[in-house]
Design a protein around this ligand. Sequence first.
Ligand SMILES: [Zn+2]
Length: 282
Amino acid sequence: MKPTKSRCLSIFLALCTLPLVDLAEMSIASNSDSLVPASANGKSSSAQADSVEQTSQSEPKEGDSKIHVAVITGGHGFDEESFLSLFKGHDDVAFDHLAQEDDSEVFEDISDWQYDVIVFYHMTQKISPQRQAIFLHLLDQGVGVVALHHSIAAFQDWPEYEKIIGGKYLLKDRAEKEGNGKASGFKHDVEFTIHLEDHPITQGLKDFKVQDETYINCTFEPDNTPLLTTDDPTSDKLIGWTRTYRNARICYIQPGHGVSIFANETYQSIVARAIRWCAGRM
Ligand SMILES: [Zn+2]
């Protein structure tokens, strides 16, 4: 059953007031049978937890009001220093960079989950049914998702991912029984103007010019709320949107290939605000 809007909001607000550690405990307690793997309290998971603990910048402390963000990469090259600079220098944001080596291991064990928002900048493909279920469970708990650029081409063989993100970059032609569609395309180093739609994320900002990669012939879910558009002929018109999926706020931003756009102040503001919006903080 699809929750009503007001129910979604009340669950969401209730979750926002919970300390993060309670969120993690609740997710284990209420779903220990189906979602948390048998190894959750075993040796392999504690090894993983140790490594997170040693490197985590974002472990919540008492009275901590920061938004804790898991930045997920893997499956595609990128300029790490300039990309990660997007998440630095914000008083209200703490992040961990979780580079995936096995495509989606972040969703293997959430017994130590501490994040309000996931930022996807990955293009990995493998996600087991168990990891899918754990990811969906996080969305049920109100964990938001900011999906950037090539993350719209991740998990191509999992149809639900397209519904979560609100679209798909088709790496190959899609068969008729799957809903049809020609493979999507890309073009690097395009100079184009990004038009801002009216939204809390764009409030007070102005349309801006960038040099970045465009995509064309992606798919779009009909219930996306437009956030960014462009008239450039090498691109689809809609290049950014927000949506809700289960109890989660989702924001997709198509531009984000490289160093040039990461240095753009308006783009930096949009990414930071998207994190806040997906965390329910604006
Ligand atoms: Zn790219």
